[in-house]
Design a binder for this molecule. Structure first.
Ligand SMILES: Cc1cn([C@H]2C[C@H](O)[C@@H](COP(=O)(O)OP(=O)(O)O[C@H]3O[C@@H](C)C(=O)[C@@H](O)[C@H]3O)O2)c(=O)[nH]c1=O
Length: 189
């Protein structure tokens, strides 16, 4: 390669590298995500056991000691592709999600004045291909978007039973300007 051509290609390398940004750490030594959660949130990773017949995955066991509140009630909800459920907030209970199938983007906004993450937005991605639980604390606004191509199926283990006469559920429109997050033109409520 001629010297001037080599010099030119070397400039290309220098120019592109000077404009580049190096990746920062996103997982810790145990290969867990370092993405921050909101105050009071945590994951619990389960395990899927496969054999030639199929699989078994435990989805909730109080003996894990993951969450202080008892197992008292459960239901499954689904979200159609592209749709959003939210914004919702609960005053009296926490949600405890386990995604059975599909891909869920869980967006949370922390308005709690005493929280170390007050004012923060947090995004969590849950998938049927990664068996784990995550909790949604009381007084945290949350919205669930199906980012997959099939219904997302979520088992919820709320910390109290559903009161059909007076649901512990408060809503804001998905496009409210009271929460610093936009779902673009996604539809939902
Ligand atoms: C949650 C719930 C709803 N329902 C009824 C009430 C209503 O007629 C219908 C739909 O209820 P909802 O509109 O509350 O369903 P939905 O909006 O899917 O509610 C769920 O959304 C996700 C994102 C959450 O975070 C959960 O906490 C829960 O609020 O089902 C029950 O009978 N039992 C229940 O436990």
């Amino acid at each position: 390669m001629h010297d001037d051509l080599r010099a030119g290609t070397s400039d290309l390398l220098q120019q592109t590298l000077q404009a580049a940004v190096q990746d920062q750490r996103t997982v810790d030594e145990k290969r867990r995500s370092t993405a921050p959660l909101l105050d009071g949130m945590s994951f619990y990773e389960s395990i899927r056991h496969d054999d030639d017949r199929g699989s078994v995955t435990e989805i909730y066991d109080p003996r894990w000691g993951w969450h202080p509140d008892p197992l008292v009630f459960s239901y499954v909800f689904t979200i159609r592709p592209g749709m959003v459920k939210g914004w919702g907030l609960h005053k009296q209970h926490e949600d405890r999600y386990f995604v059975l199938s599909g891909e869920l983007e869980l967006v949370l906004f922390d308005p709690r004045p005493d929280s170390s993450t007050c004012g923060k937005i947090c995004k969590v991605f849950l998938s049927g291909s990664r068996p784990r639980l995550v909790n949604v604390p009381k007084f945290v606004w949350h919205a669930d978007r199906n980012i997959g191509s099939s219904d997302v199926v979520v088992v919820n283990f709320p910390t109290i039973q559903y009161d059909h006469s007076k649901p512990d559920k408060y809503r804001l429109p998905i496009d409210t300007d009271l929460i610093p997050y936009s779902f673009g033109d996604a539809k939902g409520w």
